[in-house]
Ligand binder design. Sequence first.
Ligand SMILES: NC(=O)c1ccc[n+]([C@@H]2O[C@H](COP(=O)([O-])OP(=O)(O)OC[C@H]3O[C@@H](n4cnc5c(N)ncnc54)[C@H](OP(=O)(O)O)[C@@H]3O)[C@@H](O)[C@H]2O)c1
Length: 245
Amino acid sequence: MSATRPTTWLVTGASRGIGLELVRQLLSSSEHIVVAACRNPEKATVLKDFKDSSKGRLHIVRLDVSDFDSIRASVKHLESALGELGLDYLINNAGILTQDTAFTLNPEQFLQVVRTNVAGPALVSQVCLPLLEKSVRKVILNISSTAGSLGSVEGWVGGAAGFTSYAMSKAALNMLTVKQKAERPDLTVITMCPGGVRTDMTSKMGELEPEESVAGILKVITSVTSEDSGKYLRYNGEQTRSSPR
Ligand SMILES: NC(=O)c1ccc[n+]([C@@H]2O[C@H](COP(=O)([O-])OP(=O)(O)OC[C@H]3O[C@@H](n4cnc5c(N)ncnc54)[C@H](OP(=O)(O)O)[C@@H]3O)[C@@H](O)[C@H]2O)c1
């Protein structure tokens, strides 16, 4: 009898929204072992229900991406959940949005957005590197936004002047992706906009339900190869324009 090697996943910000839907869809295949990371496991009641019916394929780990000690402390839990399999897919999904503009932004709040949306994901990727190296796929997916695209500022749904801290943080996340790719050509690193998705972040407005966005994200990310590393994609596989015309 030959056992198929499971595919392993880590999803940050898995308590709600896109992260929770990623976990739900991943668990629908018995080939997947999923680590769902969230900052308050006690309050993640839906995740706990998923775990009860996952037959040991779901691990819930405490991880606040804005707390660097929390990120470092999560490593031993990740290692014990994934062991010699390593980590095939790291999805840096956790993120926050603030409403501000270039001439009204609060610099302390801006730093908190950058801490959560970029510095945290950078450190999560660093601490996961040994686990990624052990795996077969070695994929990092940074969940970005069209808001971070210099080429899409004028047409962005949030308006050219709006959500400045968020947009700057996602632009930085896109640059992190390119730098990660350049430093480690053995990894496949993708930055991706999930589309406008009806979650708490958007007050349930947007063109897509989480189910549709996540089905697209998973289709794209499981098909990418090292040739795609560094690309800025949308949930449907289209490429996002990263520079102004
Ligand atoms: N929805 C959209 O239309 C859209 C569009 C473009 C990009 N995105 C990106 O997609 C990702 C997911 O967004 P969403 O729409 O699912 O947002 P959401 O519904 O607001 O969910 C955000 C998730 O991130 C978690 N989170 C926030 N800060 C965290 C921290 N410090 N540590 C750990 N987890 C943290 C939240 O956990 P708690 O439950 O603990 O708060 C929650 O699970 C974000 O990166 C967002 O920027 C979304």
